[in-house]
Write a protein that binds this ligand. Structure first.
Ligand code: CU
Length: 178
């Protein structure tokens, strides 16, 4: 399992290098310069994120919710310590448990593990959403890790109910455990 994930990571590195550099030289393993490429301020090495979407609230001014998947392809455990959505005042990680939800301050991710933020489970609650964020548009989701590294990705903006019919988990705030 570990070996397979390492292979995937190397494939990802090779793909990124060929995309960015086009130098025609694909190294067998990450070199110093590759690591520099991947460890920029907005690309934590070994972390892969996908499927990020922001579901807008039905009523303007209420919180929205972000779902995404993040995978640790690195060799070390990491801890997701915060989230940020461009155009929003505040974003918090939450965990839904049955009918209520609680705030998640930090989220450890083991090597090879994925964290899936999905309706009914982990999610990001987004407050003070700017009117400029409209269904069909795009924003940016930035993850901040406990070591200060960040990972940014495009965020699709959707209307409530567009994809799943809505989970209802953000219909009310009475279940919050703050
Ligand atoms: Cu929530």
């Amino acid at each position: 399992m570990k070996k397979r994930n390492l292979s995937l990571a190397l494939v990802a590195v090779a793909a990124l290098v060929s995309t960015l550099g086009g130098c025609g030289k694909t190294p067998d393993s990450p070199t110093q310069s590759n690591e520099a490429t991947l460890s920029g301020p907005d690309a934590k090495p070994g972390m892969v994120a996908s499927d990020a979407r922001l579901v807008l609230p039905v009523v303007a001014g209420r919180p929205g919710v972000v779902y995404f998947t993040v995978r640790n392809d690195g060799a070390e455990p990491v801890t997701l310590a915060g989230v940020d959505v461009s155009g929003a005042g505040k974003a918090e990680m939450h965990q839904t448990n049955g009918g209520s939800m609680s705030k998640v301050e930090s989220l450890p991710i083991d090597p090879g593990a994925s964290m899936v933020f999905t309706p009914g489970g982990l999610h990001v609650m987004v407050f003070d959403i700017a009117p400029s964020l409209k269904a069909g548009g795009n924003a940016e989701l930035t993850l901040t890790f406990s070591d200060g590294d960040k990972l940014s990705m495009p965020l699709k903006v959707e209307a409530m109910g567009a994809a799943s019919g809505g989970s209802g988990e953000h219909d009310g705030m009475e279940g919050m455990h703050h």
